[in-house]
Every structure is written in structure tokens, then in C-alpha cells.
Design a protein around this ligand. Structure first.
Ligand SMILES: [Zn+2]
Length: 200
């Protein structure tokens, strides 16, 4: 089965931080709306391993959803990619543009318009880093890793564009999961929950 081929074989997952105290919408000194960390302790997670459908979820966000999304997955890493030193806040306008970027890309892909999808993809800017991975028992090898959460999500889209994997939305919650025939739920918990609701 072609399952997250690019991500599985050629990329290293990144550890991405999120503020355990959450995020707020704030105004920066220039008067622009920003998503800002509250400044609590950070917790790290692996977006590519734990949330394969994250790009789809991000693409559907409305502005009122930004705080909830940031609270679960952290900032996008936009300031890192722009070479700015600010890593505790990101402009709301930047979130909007990046979400629309992935939304347009997936809309073209879902329509079967590969030409447009590829054109949008190839214009999308994000950074990758490389490093040498050495385990005691194996030969050292070079690996590639996205630098930011946005980079990880755009690579999830690359996987969809190039390997034919498909995502489907859970019939119980809003999670996108990798499509398999006859499966309508992201997890057993959601299947039970949905069936229980129907029995009532
Ligand atoms: Zn679910």
C-alpha cells in the first residue's frame, strides 16, 4: 500500500512545540493582529507521525478557529521562515494566507486539476533542513526534515499529490484520516461513539 511514502521513507519528522498555557489573539506594536503565545511551558509533539491529516484541517480554518488550532498544534513557524527573531507570535494575516494557500492547492487536487495544484505547490515557499543521522548499528545517512509546522503540512500535501493517498473526514469528529475502503471513522472510539448516538 502506498502509505505516506515520501514522509515515511525520505523525511525525518520534526518535534514541534506548543505552549501548554495556550495562545491569544493580540495586537503587536505596529497595530497588526497576531496569534501570540501565553508564555507557558512548551510541550513537543510529532506532527507528521501523529496528525497525518493536519494540512486538511489547517486549510479549513476560519479566523475564529486560530486560537484553538494553535492551542493544539502550536504556531506555524512563519517568523522562522521569514528570518525574523520573533518566535512567540505570528500575524493573523500570515495565518490567513497560508491556510488559503493550502486550501487552494487541495481544492485543485480534489477536482483532479493536477496542473493547477502543481503550479500552486511549486510557488509555495518553505524551508527544509538536512542533517546526518547516525545510529550505532547502521551506516550514517543524510536525512531531510521540514523546519516548521507549515513545512510539515505542505509536505503532507506533497504526499497527496504524488503518491495517490487520500483522506476522508471522520463521520463522528472533524479529523481527517487516511482513506481506506469501508472505513468512516478515524478511530475505534469514534466508531463506538457514533453508534451509541444512533442507538439513542
Ligand atoms: Zn473521529
Amino acid at each position: 500500500m502506498k502509505e505516506n511514502e515520501l514522509i515515511r521513507h525520505q523525511l525525518f519528522d520534526l518535534d514541534w512545540p506548543m505552549d501548554q498555557d495556550g495562545y491569544v489573539i493580540d495586537t503587536d506594536p505596529e497595530g497588526r493582529k497576531v496569534v501570540r503565545r501565553r508564555g507557558g511551558p512548551l510541550r513537543y509533539y510529532r506532527p507528521l507521525r501523529d496528525h497525518p491529516g493536519l494540512a486538511r484541517e489547517f486549510s479549513e480554518l476560519r479566523e475564529e478557529d486560530y486560537i484553538d488550532f494553535a492551542g493544539r498544534f502550536g504556531l506555524l513557524g512563519a517568523s522562522f521562515e521569514l528570518g525574523s527573531s520573533a518566535d512567540d507570535k505570528e500575524q493573523v494575516a500570515e495565518w490567513f494566507l497560508r491556510s488559503k494557500n493550502i486550501r487552494d492547492l487541495l481544492a485543485a487536487h480534489d477536482k483532479g486539476d493536477q496542473k493547477t495544484a502543481v503550479k500552486i505547490y511549486n510557488k509555495t515557499h518553505h524551508l527544509l533542513r538536512t542533517f546526518v543521522h547516525a545510529e550505532e548499528t547502521k551506516k550514517a545517512r543524510i536525512v531531510v526534515q521540514p523546519s516548521t509546522l507549515f513545512g510539515a503540512m505542505i509536505l503532507q500535501v506533497a504526499d497527496e499529490l504524488t503518491t495517490g493517498i487520500q483522506f476522508k473526514r471522520c463521520s463522528n469528529c472533524t479529523t481527517w484520516f487516511q482513506h481506506r475502503a469501508n472505513k468512516n471513522f478515524c478511530s475505534d472510539q469514534c466508531r463506538y461513539a457514533h453508534n451509541n448516538k444512533r442507538r439513542k
